[in-house]
Design a protein around this ligand. Structure first.
Ligand SMILES: [Ca+2]
Ligand SMILES: [Ca+2]
Ligand SMILES: [Ca+2]
Ligand SMILES: [Ca+2]
Length: 601
């Protein structure tokens, strides 16, 4: 184009120079001629603006007169981010002065960091395939300047019980395995809770549900404390002596000796032949050497120590009996006397059990007002909220004064079958908040966050928007979702049918049609506390994850992103995900994805 302009200018010059000659060659022409006025010569230049398919630009460019100011802006496609222009300018909207030919490219990139994890272990492939279940119990934290992840892969429901090592990862440039621990965490840890500011953690593991897959026997499991975690080592303390179907556990100092103790809930199964161990509450008092001893007197059961089913059958004071099945437990001061209470949450209720209404409760609360180390009944609360449904039960209790009225309210994770019988398969989970009246009476607040599409692994209370109140962030198991019908496989899942709220899009990957790029909307997992209400916000946290799910026709259907968990690192909300894939030799690979969510306007 520049060449053409030069030629045009040249022609004009020739025409001018010819004019006098024409005049002299046509003297007979009487028409008065005028001398042409000089025309200003303006150079023109070409501007070319390009982009990848990860984004677009406001104009493609064009031909402009020298000195023209043009405005151009870049816009990332859903799930990508703008990273700057090819000339080093980083403004998403910019002015360009055209003084030469310009070729400019808008650059876009993935929103996340991805780290390939090298696992050198004989059970490597099993570990890769079974990290999905670890979403229940994976923890990420930063201690002494280093980020750690502890995950408990487990073969959850196979035809055989396969115990995999717990893995401890430390981030130093990339993520690397610090150590493997053969502690037999068989269901990947059913639940975890942080014990103290030294980042000690408590894990409750109910055991591999191997019999669901046709295996034999119930391998009940353990409650474990991970303590004194450093870059190279975790000290594991087995809290229990006898294995049970431990569904939840909580820690707190029950006897005022300055050492945290543990109450674990089992869901009605134990391999102990001791009659007292059939009671759903197992209390473990910590000894000065850090070990734990089970104690049967801390929680007072009235009349005599009985498992609840014996209590309601044989006790004259049925109202003193604990609930039918317990699924969760929390140790927390909920009446403001600076002494902890023990709160147990209900699991399913079966009408066929024909239990008295007194033992069909939502929560039971024990307290020790006279400091004799024996926790007596403070309150048994009637069925309320989702716990009025037979097939829904609690799996986790956290507490927080979300309404800022000076007392701890209960945030309760609830799971199960929403409208069906208690034997129905899980099609629902979510949380409800129960308001404290200040004295340990709770009532359903009306606040609930249901999920009927995603398997919520757990929830955390973080201040994600730095306004000094705790917000809710959910974790999820993304290998299967609640739409997946048993026997029909992943083809029935919501994410392959566009109904899973997290997976907004599956797009065939450009280079490998065995895989889909997956647009995941992390805003669906964040609920902001706004003056005592919990609201989702559109903060633009959609992330396109390359090869995020294997194609439905692939042999690896369902693989790709398998977990999502979150943590606060350096004040920022970080989602971290395990993603399985294949290398060029079709060996399984594992990536850890980290995404820093935008949570502030
Ligand atoms: Ca203690
Ligand atoms: Ca108290
Ligand atoms: Ca409150
Ligand atoms: Ca907040």
């Amino acid at each position: 184009m520049k060449k053409f302009l030069l030629i045009s200018v040249f022609l004009l010059v020739i025409l001018y120079s010819c004019s006098p000659d024409e005049e002299t060659q046509a003297p007979t022409n009487n028409v008065q001629t005028t001398t042409p006025e000089p025309v200003a010569v303006v150079a023109q230049y070409t501007v070319t603006i390009t982009t990848s398919e990860r984004g677009s630009v406001s104009i493609p460019g064009g031909t402009y007169n020298e000195g023209t100011e043009i405005a151009v802006s870049a816009s990332a496609a859903d799930g990508y981010k703008f990273t700057g222009w090819s000339d080093g300018n980083n403004l998403i909207e910019r002015q360009i002065t055209v003084n030469e030919d310009i070729v400019l490219e808008a650059n876009f990139d993935l929103k996340y960091s991805s780290y390939n994890l090298n696992i050198n272990h004989p059970q490597k492939d099993e570990i890769f395939k079974n990290l999905s279940i670890s979403s229940n119990s994976s923890v990420m934290f930063k201690k002494n300047g280093f980020q750690h992840i502890i995950s408990n892969p487990a073969n959850p429901r196979g035809e055989f019980e396969s115990l995999l090592p717990t893995i401890h990862l430390v981030k130093n440039e990339g993520w690397n395995v610090s150590n493997y621990y053969d502690i037999g965490m068989s269901f990947g840890g059913r639940d975890e809770s942080k014990i103290n500011d030294d980042y000690d953690y408590l894990f409750a593991d109910h055991g591999t549900e191997v019999w669901f897959g046709g295996g034999e026997g119930r391998p009940y499991n353990n409650v474990l404390v991970a303590k004194n975690i450093d870059l190279n080592n975790i000290e594991w303390i087995k809290v229990n002596q006898k294995r049970s179907f431990y569904h939840d556990a909580s820690s707190g100092d029950l006897n005022g000796d300055g050492l945290y103790d543990v109450v674990a809930i089992h869901l009605g199964g134990t391999n102990s032949t001791d009659y007292l161990d059939k009671i759903y509450y197992h209390t473990f008092l910590q000894n000065t050497d850090g070990t734990f001893t089970q104690d049967y007197n801390t929680i007072k059961f009235y009349g005599s120590q009985r498992p609840s089913y014996d209590c309601w059958k044989f006790s004259k004071e049925v109202s003193d009996c604990t609930g039918i099945i317990r699924g969760s437990v929390l140790i927390k001061d909920i009446n403001g006397d600076n002494k902890p209470e023990i709160i147990g949450g209900a699991y399913t209720h079966n009408p066929e059990w024909d239990t008295p209404i007194e033992v069909e409760n939502s929560f039971e609360i024990f307290s020790d007002p006279d400091d004799d180390g024996i926790y007596e009944k403070l309150n048994f609360l009637p069925r309320m909220g989702w716990l009025e449904k037979d097939a829904l039960g609690t799996d986790e209790i956290k507490s927080y004064d979300y309404d800022n009225d000076g007392d701890e309210d209960l945030f309760v994770g609830i799971e199960g079958n929403f409208d069906g019988p208690y034997t129905g398969t899980a099609d629902f989970n979510g949380i409800q908040i129960f308001d404290n009246d200040g004295s340990g009476n709770f009532s359903f607040s009306g606040i609930e966050i249901p999920f009927d599409d995603i398997r919520i692994a757990r929830f955390d209370l973080f201040d994600v928007d730095q306004d000094n109140d705790l917000d809710i962030v959910f974790s999820a198991n993304l290998f299967i979702d609640l739409g997946t019908i048993s026997g029909s496989g992943a083809g029935s899942s919501y994410y392959y049918n566009g109904q899973n709220r997290l997976f907004k899009e599956l797009q065939n990957n450009n280079e490998d049609d065995e895989w889909n790029d997956t647009l995941i909307d992390f805003d669906e997992l964040i609920f902001y506390n706004e003056g005592g209400s919990y609201l989702k916000k559109n903060m633009g946290n959609k992330v396109m994850i390359e090869k995020g799910k294997a194609n439905i026709n692939s042999n690896f259907v369902g693989r790709g992103v398998e977990t999502v968990n979150s943590s606060i690192i350096d004040g920022k909300l970080i989602f971290y995900l395990y993603k399985t894939g294949l290398d060029e030799n079709r060996n399984l690979t594992l990536d850890i994805i980290e995404f820093e969510a935008k949570t502030l306007n």
